[in-house]
Design a protein around this ligand. Sequence first.
Ligand SMILES: [Zn+2]
Length: 50
Amino acid sequence: MNMMADIFWVQCPKCQGRWYCEGDMKGVSNVVCPFCLHDFPQEESLEKVK
Ligand SMILES: [Zn+2]
């Protein structure tokens, strides 16, 4: 049983703000920056954290 979800750090290309989302966000095409509300393709700034 694996309770650990993958965590992905996302960095906003506009304001450089960073936050993380869980693995089940994978497949969501766009993410919205919680800081400046810029939305961008998630693939642009994903950084996998183990
Ligand atoms: Zn931003």
